[in-house]
Design a protein around this ligand. Sequence first.
Ligand code: MTE
Ligand code: MO
Length: 383
Amino acid sequence: DPYDDEPERDGRLGVLGARPFDSETAREVLATAFWTPQHLFYVRNHLPAPRIDEDEHRLTLDWGGGRRRSFSVRELREELPQATLHATLQCTGNRCDEVEPSAAGGIGQIGNAWWEGVRVRDLLALRPPGEGGDGEARDGKPGGDAAGTLHLHATGCDGYEVSIPLEKVLDARGDVLLAHSMNGEPLSRDHGAPLRLLAPGFVGARSVKWLQHLAVRPEESGSVWQKRYYRMFPPWVRDLCDIDYDDGDVPPVYEFPVQSAIVSPAAGDVVTLGDDGALEARGYAVSGAGQRIVSVRLSTDGGESWRNATLLGLPPPAPPEHGRNWSWVLWRARVPVPPGAREVTLCCKAIDSAYNTQPERADYNLRGYLSNASPKVAVSVER
Ligand code: MTE
Ligand code: MO
């Protein structure tokens, strides 16, 4: 049984699937913890969780053209410059049930943490001398795929593999990290011990856990997770058989768009209004693109009138990314309810510093990916 050696897991994780293990962060945690504690942070595995001996483990980096080097975990922790990253990790399928009701999931395939490790761009800069690589200009022609893009393939010890555009990694403002710790603790087995990739602003699927191998290549990874999952299916595709994966209409998903959720109240709750005739709401919001969330607006009258939420202050230390905001904000609001209303639908929308916001409704896609429509929660009112 490949699943007979799974890690111990906290009973407060909301289980969506047992084998492979798939889970959500609980609402109580989402509503209150700016840094999601590691043992309460959603876990999304596609395969059995590997157990790795970190003293033996080596990460290999392949620049292409036969140039490779491997690193021990100790070297990565102690001998290379360390960086800290504040970043939200969100599964491509967070809120998927709102787009595809048969999909398992709610608002909890998300968490926020501070991560420590080595910037992947610093690792790439250690390129050993050698012949031209796959990623380099040869015969005066640029390397890369048809669009001239190079890709970084990332492979985990469980066999999971995806790629990301190399540009994101080389970009000084891309902040891609090879992480060994989360919220000041070494990574736990479920979160990828001893090493994982953290590509902030990209869907969780790109942040490969139990990282074993990184390789620069002129094309995307050919793995099933790169080619058959984590691509955006057009709304007219209703069945996996309808898909021509090689079609340009099925592009890979990297960045995630502006997202927010109402964590409290939950749909169907009976809420008691305060003396001010308002209800109390809480939630999270994140830009995805590294922008700052400038406001979260709430309405109980279908968007006729809006109220700004209070964005709850970030605890120190300040984000180390000098102007990028990969981390979420939590928010709280008191929202007036129309006099006499017994049922209301609370809705919200987040707006980032580039004035990107959430769509009123999401187009259908088969896997319920990137579900980020303006959240709506229907509750009963008690006065
Ligand atoms: N990396 C490996 N090696 N195997 C996996 O199954 N799942 C991915 C990503 N990295 C996965 C992986 C997906 S889909 C998500 S959403 C994130 O890990 C989840 O990270 P977490 O379990 O630490 O929350
Ligand atoms: Mo995911």
